[in-house]
Design a protein around this ligand. Structure first.
Ligand code: ZN
Ligand code: ZN
Ligand code: ZN
Ligand code: ZN
Ligand code: ZN
Ligand code: ZN
Ligand code: ZN
Length: 195
């Protein structure tokens, strides 16, 4: 047992020497590289830095009501004011014209065969209809709303139509990681050399 005793004495001596060599008796903590803290994955957001939540703007369906057409998808035709046809300018919408033969002044004694004593003839421009179909809206009286292409709804800008938006995690400020005091060195950045 003599040699064992010698070894322990030598070891003790060595330890003292090392302690003396390193005045503070500590070394840099390997766990945190001497920083005193480590970056740990944020548990709140699983390290993503954000949460995916339903878009409040569109209630998650990715579409918003078109305010430009009140959701109808239609814009009143500005050429015919929504009527679908335009008043005939030749007859001012009446569909008839004064008889060119008698000038409207037929008399009971000399009846006008041209207008059958009505004093009027049918307007040839509109064929007696008093108006013509609006070519701008093809007689519909409306055009498809240019904002929503007639669908009455608009793709949600907020979520780009996905219905979901990302919200930064408040726990880690969107970093996905949070600083945590190093357990190994208790935040000191150094550990005892004997450890
Ligand atoms: Zn440490
Ligand atoms: Zn949305
Ligand atoms: Zn619209
Ligand atoms: Zn029109
Ligand atoms: Zn006539
Ligand atoms: Zn006419
Ligand atoms: Zn987080």
């Amino acid at each position: 047992m003599k040699s064992n005793n010698l070894y322990s004495k030598l070891f003790a001596l060595l330890a003292v020497m090392v302690l003396l060599l390193c005045s503070c008796g500590t070394k840099e903590c390997k766990e945190c590289n001497g920083e005193g803290y480590t970056m740990k994955e944020c548990e709140d957001c699983n390290g993503n830095g954000y949460f995916v939540v339903t878009c409040r703007e569109c209630d998650g369906d990715g579409w918003n009501y078109c305010s430009s057409c009140d959701g109808t998808g239609r814009d009143e035709c500005t050429w015919c004011w929504g009527k679908g046809d335009k008043e005939c300018s030749d007859c001012n919408g009446t569909g008839r014209k004064t008889c060119p033969s008698c000038g409207g002044w037929f008399s009971a004694t000399s009846s006008c065969t041209y207008c059958s004593n009505s004093g009027y003839v049918r307007c040839s421009s509109c064929n007696g209809a008093g108006g013509e179909r609006c070519n701008m809206c093809f007689g519909r009286g409306y055009d498809d709303c240019s904002s929503c292409n007639g669908s009455g709804r608009i793709r949600c800008d907020e979520c780009d139509g996905s219905g979901k938006v990302k919200v930064a995690c408040s726990e880690c400020d969107g970093e996905g990681k949070i600083k945590r005091t190093c357990d190994e060195c208790d935040g000191k950045g150094k550990v005892s050399i004997l450890k």
